[in-house]
Design a protein around this ligand. Structure first.
Ligand SMILES: C[S@@+](CC[C@H](N)C(=O)[O-])C[C@H]1O[C@@H](n2cnc3c(N)ncnc32)[C@H](O)[C@@H]1O
Length: 226
């Protein structure tokens, strides 16, 4: 993604003022975030993919995929047995699969993997560069940092990285440490404080336009992409 689409879209829409939900899916994200993801996927380069960690019932995943046929959206969720905010994992998974099916004809190709983010990254399931990466999984320090460091080699030379729950100090620190440790260069960034309302930025969002400069996948000779 050689153009900073994040900045472009935020400027064009006045930070997604008046955004509306695109899909009718229960979830923990605002209309602004859902519309932002959707527009980024619509405009990313042809060979690029979307990746999301932490789907719950699929609100953000299906928003990213909505009306974006021809794209592929990869995602994983571990579905806790019983989460404080997320309820029963088996119910969330059942609802996610129903929602994916319900929107299948209007959406990008969705490839969902029921596994932890650690296992997902170890398994090497991504066949091409990620242009838009949304991290909304475990919000502790170790897994957030891991989610950034492990995804870095899969990113396009330049890509947009979005991290949810940016209001949390641990999330911010883990993300910035991850970016540094992965050798990503921040070309541009915005921080949105969330006011915990559906009309705002939910619990905050960190947005980065980053460069990894190693080609895809990292270290592969002769496969550096423009
Ligand atoms: C805040 S919810 C995601 C909300 C979702 N993006 C939406 O649109 O409503 C966080 C999700 O991350 C998942 N999660 C937590 N730890 C994880 C891990 N280690 N690997 C994968 N998913 C994880 C949880 O099961 C939960 O469904």
């Amino acid at each position: 993604m050689e153009t900073n689409l994040a900045r472009q879209l935020l400027e064009e829409t006045n930070d997604f003022e008046g955004a509306r939900y695109l899909v009718d899916v229960e979830g923990m994200s605002s209309a602004k975030i859902c519309s932002f993801l959707n527009a980024l996927v619509a405009r990313m380069d042809d060979e690029e993919h979307y990746l999301e960690i932490g789907t719950w019932r699929g609100r953000t995943l299906l928003s990213a995929a909505y009306q974006n046929r021809g794209r592929t959206c990869f995602a994983c969720d571990k579905f806790r047995i019983l989460g404080r905010w997320t309820g029963w994992g088996f119910k969330a998974k059942r609802q996610l699969m129903r929602n994916i099916e319900r929107y299948r004809k209007q959406c990008a190709n969705v490839r969902f993997f029921h596994m932890t983010s650690r296992r997902f990254f170890r398994a090497g399931l991504i066949p091409g560069p990620i242009g838009v990466y949304f991290y909304d999984g475990d919000h502790g320090y170790r897994l957030t940092r891991h989610g950034i460091v492990s995804a870095a080699p899969l990113l396009s030379r330049r890509s947009v990285l979005l991290v949810d729950d940016w209001n949390g100090e641990i999330v911010r620190r883990a993300t910035r440490d991850g970016i540094r440790d992965a050798g990503l260069k921040i070309l541009w960034e915005r921080e949105f404080e969330g006011d915990r309302t559906a009309g705002g930025w939910w619990n905050g969002l960190g947005v980065f336009y980053v460069e990894q400069g190693r080609g895809w996948p990292a270290g592969s000779e002769g496969r550096t992409r423009a």
